[in-house]
Design a protein around this ligand. Structure first.
Ligand code: XMP
Length: 321
């Protein structure tokens, strides 16, 4: 089925919310829906929309898959708790790491995350809760890139011919599917989310695994997690669309305390973009870039080299994997 985009100009956020709430409420009836909040803009907006439409008929989980940013599960649960939306943190770290073990190919890693998420973790949660619906924050750009064969976004299912009812035992509802990121932010604002939530830089569904070239292990995640915290701290006032740290697979020769140190490389990316479809590298000042490099190599054991990506999308994509 062809999905009609709603552009930012066409979007009346209040009307949109009213219409989506009615559709959601009619569809779920007096049943139960569940959803996963990752703390990204799309899942935060869909959680708030679902809460408004369904109240207690929506159960929201934060799936701690072990590949989230530093302190993220507690922070997000606290933010939503303050808004009166109860969130349950579900520990699924072991399941994700065992599914990712030994995988280096980007599409295989994405597939492992998809299966762990939809089949293993959600399959169980849905069965236990008796829910029939999974609410998720898929947006227009996710569908477009997957269908075009650019990158298989982990949350795309029916558009690839996957029958979720048959394969996983539940139906997926995607109220934001006609919107791009600026539209999602506008809906988030109209729903009363605080700016720090609806205006957050986007964060990918496969989380830090999208930023690790090669195998995703707890040790490698902890390196990229620390680098991400530094990059986010230093660039939060840059006005950029998105900024991130990537861990490379190859090690390089460096020097530490006068001796050869064969260590990791981190690549920093910082993007200007409207909707993530195309993007250009932000012209950051050299002093700032040097400060980031010096903090990363100084504070993260084993990292000896930091680079800044100066490619546009295309040919690059925003994330590395
Ligand atoms: P790429 O790397 O494809 O990213 O240029 C475009 C935008 O989408 C985010 N991203 C994802 N979002 N599921 C998502 O919900 C995914 O699998 C996924 N992969 C990338 C990325 O952060 C960027 O904003």
């Amino acid at each position: 089925m062809k999905i009609e985009e709603i552009t930012l100009d066409q979007l009346d956020a209040v009307d949109f919310i009213e219409k989506q709430c009615k559709e959601l409420s009619d569809k779920v009836g007096d049943g139960l829906a569940i959803n996963a909040l990752s703390g990204g803009v799309d899942s935060s907006v869909v959680t708030m929309l679902g809460h408004r439409a369904l109240g207690g008929r929506l159960k929201t989980y934060f799936i701690d898959n072990g590949i989230m940013r530093k302190g993220e599960p507690d922070q997000i649960a606290r933010w939503f708790g303050d808004l009166g939306v109860p969130i349950e943190i579900f520990d699924a770290k072991d399941r994700f790491f065992s599914a990712l073990k030994g995988l280096s190919d980007p599409e295989e890693k994405r597939e492992a995350i998809t299966q762990s998420f939809y089949r293993d973790v959600f399959g169980d949660l849905v069965k236990k809760s008796g829910a029939r619906y999974l609410l998720q924050g898929t947006i227009f750009t996710d569908v477009e890139e997957t269908v075009a064969g650019v990158k298989r976004q982990h949350n795309i299912l029916s558009q690839l011919g996957i029958d979720t009812m048959e394969q996983f035992g539940y139906e997926v509802i995607e109220p934001l599917i006609q919107l791009r990121k600026p539209g999602v932010r506008k809906v988030g604002e109209a729903l009363g989310l605080p700016r720090q939530m609806y205006d957050r830089p986007p964060f990918p569904g496969p989380a830090l695994a999208a930023r690790i070239i090669g195998e995703v292990t707890p040790e490698r995640v902890s390196l990229v997690r620390e680098a991400t915290a530094i990059v986010e701290h230093e660039l939060c006032d840059s006005g950029a669309f998105q900024y991130l740290a990537i861990l490379h697979e190859d090690k390089v020769t460096g020097i530490r305390e006068g001796r050869r140190d064969y260590g990791y490389q981190i690549e920093v990316r910082c993007w200007n973009s409207m909707d993530a479809k195309t993007a250009t590298p932000t012209h950051l000042g050299f002093d700032l870039l040097e400060k980031i490099a010096s903090r990363i190599t100084g504070e993260i054991q084993g990292v000896v080299s930091v680079t800044y990506n100066i490619t546009s999308k295309p040919t690059s994509t925003i994330e590395a994997v």
